[in-house]
Design a protein around this ligand. Structure first.
Ligand code: ADP
Ligand code: MG
Ligand code: ZN
Length: 473
């Protein structure tokens, strides 16, 4: 029998804030050693109270906007109780009953499919600390306790590992480009819920959950292993499938059941009496919206509208550094389509040849915009523009200073160009008359003739300009 794989994801993303979610300690990325970024509050000292970090609400709502969610005016925090040494309060503050965002969706496109993934909810919560085991000792590092997280929960809408990875890459690119999260290794962690069912069936099968996966490569392996285990269990009755939480073992490439199986009741969730409900009024929501988070689907449409190719669009959408450089170059005055071609063809080509990775510092957007302008205004030829780009990337010179110092400007020997134009017009009187009578088409032929006269050593746009000028006389 053929089986369909069904997957739902719960993705934790560490937010890019200056301080933790309920205290003023810096995030753990600023820590130099263990327990560097801790205070009585995030260490769970008796009597310490949480104070909500406003920025967390804004970033969570921004994520919700990007995922087409309802941003709930009213949301609350709950305590999720469990005992573990990396959790100093013995409870985690999270949102169970009234999460900040609900009912969103995102479209993903893989090689074979296009699918809308429904987002069930996004909630805010705090991270736990880290245990470090050395020989007979275990140590605990609280730098990560209370670091803000959002958890994005999808409906069981994925049908393959490929779709899951495409979704995760899209999330990553969205969050990086909008500054919600750096999404470095470990800052994006998934719980993967998997079940299988006979193809065509409309009922879900028994699901298992593979916890805490962060490497894309391992996520793919875990999904494929777990799906096959389910299929074998059903098809060959190798084992009985039960709803349980499992871990993926990198060494063996297999999943195994975790011993403890908490249910919701075991966590004794209850509303956190120390935190006021979060109320997002219209004015605040408008302010959050005004920061214009990059909505990737809108970007995609815009790129398509100006005529950027599909391959190039895919390149841009999957790389926030490219997208940002393009954005900033356009901000600096360049045309979107032209700039995209300079970046995706010329700049990327150059970097590949020199084996340099693209970073935020590869080229100042203003300098790139200036090179594009110099070519557009025919101050330099396209070929010279490419050379200039090379030098600017290599030595970070000023494009104008460099082109003047090195006399890169086009042979502006207007005498030469004008003579050629004059000659062509004299030799082609009929065409000139036709043009003046309104037959626009002959203009192309006149350009061709002038280019030929100049043996191609001129920028077409300059020829056009000179011709138009001469014909006006
Ligand atoms: P719970 O309340 O038990 O945590 P949820 O409804 O929140 O369950 O679902 C948790 C995750 O499991 C969601 O991402 C959801 O899409 C996914 N999920 C639910 N049922 C299935 C299933 N049969 N197969 C795969 N994933 C599932
Ligand atoms: Mg759940
Ligand atoms: Zn603290």
């Amino acid at each position: 029998m053929k089986y369909e794989i069904v997957i739902g994801l719960e993705t934790h993303v560490e937010l890019n804030t200056k301080s933790k979610i309920f205290c003023s300690c810096g995030g753990h990325s600023s820590a130099k050693e263990a327990n560097d970024c801790v205070c009585p509050a995030c260490c769970g000292m008796p009597g310490m109270l949480p104070v909500m970090n406003k920025r967390v609400v804004e970033l969570a709502a921004t994520a919700g906007l990007m995922l087409n969610c309802n941003i709930n005016k009213y949301s609350t925090f709950d305590k999720k109780n469990y005992y573990y040494p990396d959790l100093p309060c013995a409870y985690q503050i999270t949102q169970l009953n009234h999460p900040i965002c609900t009912n969103g969706h995102i479209t993903i496109k893989t090689k074979d499919t296009e699918r809308e993934i429904r987002i069930k909810q996004i909630h805010m919560e705090e991270d736990a600390g880290k245990l470090v085991h050395e020989g007979n000792f275990s140590y605990v590092d609280f730098n990560r306790t209370s670091v803000p997280l959002i958890e994005i929960v999808t409906q069981p809408d994925f049908r393959s590992a490929d779709e899951v990875l495409t979704y995760l890459r899209k999330l990553k690119s969205m969050f990086q480009s909008s500054g919600i999260s750096e999404c470095e290794t470990g800052a994006m962690r998934c719980d993967i819920n998997i079940s299988v069912r006979p193809e065509g069936s409309s009922e879900y099968g028994v699901r298992t959950e593979v916890k805490n996966m962060s490497s894309f490569e391992l996520i793919e392996k875990a999904i494929n292993y777990e799906a096959q285990r389910h299929i074998d269990a059903i098809e060959y009755e190798t084992e009985e499938l039960i709803q349980e939480t499992r871990r993926f073992d990198e060494a063996t490439g297999k999943t195994f059941a975790m011993r403890n199986k908490e249910t919701e009741a075991d966590y004794r969730y209850f509303p956190d009496p120390n935190l006021m409900p979060i109320v997002i009024d219209d004015a605040w929501l408008e302010k959050i919206k005004a920061n214009k988070p990059i909505i990737l689907d809108e970007r995609e449409n815009l790129y398509r509208e100006v005529g950027i190719g599909e391959k190039e669009i895919a390149m841009l959408l999957s790389n926030h550094v490219l997208m940002k450089l393009l954005d900033d170059t356009v901000q600096a005055g360049a045309d979107l389509k032209t700039a995209s071609s300079w970046i995706l063809t010329d700049l990327i080509g150059l970097l590949k040849r020199k084996n340099i990775a693209l970073t935020a510092d590869t080229i100042a957007p203003a300098k790139l915009a200036r090179i594009i302008e110099l070519v557009a205004k025919s101050v330099i030829t396209r070929a010279t523009g490419k050379k200039l780009l090379d030098v600017v990337v290599e030595k970070d010179v000023d494009p104008d200073e460099y082109r003047i110092a090195n006399k890169l400007d086009m042979q502006q020997d207007s005498g030469l160009l004008e003579n050629a134009v004059r000659k062509v017009l004299q030799e082609n009187e009929t065409m000139v008359a036709e043009y003046k009578a309104g037959k626009e088409k002959v203009f192309q032929a006149l350009i061709g003739a002038t280019m030929k006269e100049l043996k191609g050593k001129a920028e077409p746009s300059a020829v056009v300009e000179a011709l138009r000028k001469a014909l006006l006389r």
